[in-house]
Each structure stands twice: as structure tokens, then as C-alpha cells.
Design a protein around this ligand. Structure first.
Ligand SMILES: [Mg+2]
Length: 258
């Protein structure tokens, strides 16, 4: 592997098991890598969850200013300035837009046979300003229940097909195991990659994206079109190996240039 000038990581099933915080071992590795290059985290998750789960453990790094956090499918970016996380940009949806998305989801559920989704759980619509997330099993289902609900995405695909007809003016993405995320058109991880490339003045081809869903139809696949280098992982264990490799090749590069 060649040492990239910046590294981007997906969160769920890449830096951490789904919906769980990264292990302290992973956080330590991220800190080590942050000493060497800018790092970004791109995820469909909301900022509150990321902040609660692990950002405080990174905040005292001397290089914290080069950590970029992109929640809500990169509809927003947060950076650390003056001891606080602040918004670098937000592709917020207007109140009317959020209302029409919410209505379209309700109508689509009513028109799609797959719903109600589960005998035990009610679907939930979560409004996070820059992204509306539809959680088919709500928030309380166990990991196992989520995993077994729509493993081939067939249920969500039906809903997405209906949604695409109703609200073609928005970006409709399948994320995680049970969710559909809706943002402003063309706001997806490729948007985040291009924004970061411009902000850092580093060509996308000199950056590396690490994710578990780079396969066709996966929620990381969109980044490939930006020309970024990619590394596919099957979970946090593999990601740790990639970070170790990065630290090794990038340390070598620094030593060689000294
Ligand atoms: Mg993932």
C-alpha cells in the first residue's frame, strides 16, 4: 500500500460493530493515525450518537483539528475548534421539504405490501434536520432481529421504488440493516469525499476510503466514482489491520523524507 494523504472511514461495521461504540483499541489506533494525516468519518448516523460514543476520547489529541466528522450521510460536517465541535457545512432540509419527505414515507408504507414491517416493532421516522431516517423496526429491535429482517434488502427496495416516484428530487439511500436515509439530491458519501478533497487541497486519488459496503448496491459504493482509493473490510477487526498497515507505510515515508 502507498501512503495516502488522508484517510476516510465508514462507521458501522467498519470502525465499530453496528450501533456500538468503537473499542478503545480502535480509538487508540485512530489517534495514532491522526498524528500522521487528516482523518474523516462518514456515516449515516446522526452527530449526537457519534459524539456520545467516542469523540471525547479523541478530543485531546494534538491533531484533533484535522479530524472531520460527516454524519447524516455527509449532509453535514463537524470540525473541532476552540474546544467545541462546530458545523463546517450543513445541507439542511427546509421544514417544507422535511414535511413532504415524511408524508411520502407514510404514503409509501401504506402502499407497500411489506409493511407493517414486524409484528413487534413499529416503523419510525427520525427527523435530523439534514436527513430524514426511516427505521423500519424503530430503535429498540436487537441486532439479531435487525440482521434477519431484510438481509437481501428486498423489503426496502420495494419501498425505495415507491419513494423514488413520489420524491425524485431527494437522495434516497439504503443504509444499515433496516433503514432508509433521505437527504438533499446528490448529498451522499461521494459529496463528502469531494468536499473534503477541496477543503484539504488533496486530490481524491491521493486519499483512501475504508468501508464494509463498497460492493455493488452497498452504501459505500458511491465513493468509487470520485476516483478515491478504496479498501474493503468485513468489520472492525479488518479495519484495525488496515490502520496498522497505514501507520507502517506512512511512518516509513516520513522517516525517508527526514
Ligand atoms: Mg457500514
Amino acid at each position: 500500500m502507498k501512503c495516502p494523504q488522508a484517510a476516510i472511514f465508514d462507521l458501522d461495521d467498519t470502525l465499530a460493530e453496528s450501533f456500538r461504540p468503537p473499542t478503545s483499541g480502535m480509538v487508540t489506533k485512530l489517534r495514532t493515525l491522526l498524528d500522521l494525516m487528516p482523518i474523516a468519518i462518514m456515516t449515516a448516523a446522526g452527530f449526537a450518537r457519534i459524539e456520545n460514543q467516542f469523540l471525547s476520547e479523541l478530543a485531546d489529541s494534538s491533531f484533533i483539528s484535522r479530524l472531520y466528522v460527516f454524519p447524516n450521510s455527509t449532509a453535514e460536517c463537524y470540525v473541532y475548534k476552540n474546544k467545541a465541535w462546530e458545523i463546517a457545512y450543513s445541507e439542511s432540509l427546509t421544514k417544507d421539504e422535511r414535511l413532504s419527505i415524511t408524508e411520502a414515507i407514510r404514503e409509501s408504507i401504506a402502499e407497500t405490501e411489506t409493511f407493517p414491517a414486524h409484528p413487534k416493532y413499529e416503523p419510525m421516522i427520525i427527523d435530523r434536520d439534514a436527513q430524514i431516517a426511516f427505521a423500519a423496526l424503530g430503535l429498540d429491535a436487537s441486532l439479531e432481529e435487525k440482521q434477519s429482517w431484510d438481509p437481501d434488502k428486498a423489503k426496502r427496495k420495494k419501498l425505495v421504488t415507491v419513494l423514488e416516484k413520489k420524491i425524485p428530487q431527494f437522495e434516497i439511500l439504503m443504509g444499515g440493516m433496516t433503514t432508509i436515509d433521505i437527504t438533499r439530491k446528490n448529498v451522499n458519501k461521494a459529496y463528502g469525499v469531494r468536499w473534503l478533497s477541496e477543503r484539504l487541497g488533496i486530490p481524491t486519488s491521493e486519499m483512501l476510503y475504508v468501508g464494509d459496503a463498497l460492493y455493488p448496491g452497498g452504501n459505500d459504493e458511491v465513493v468509487i466514482a470520485t476516483g478515491i482509493q478504496t479498501r474493503s473490510v468485513t468489520g472492525p477487526d479488518k479495519t484495525q489491520i488496515v490502520i496498522d498497515e497505514l501507520v507502517k507505510v506512512c511512518n516509513k515515508k516520513i522517516n525517508a523524507s527526514n
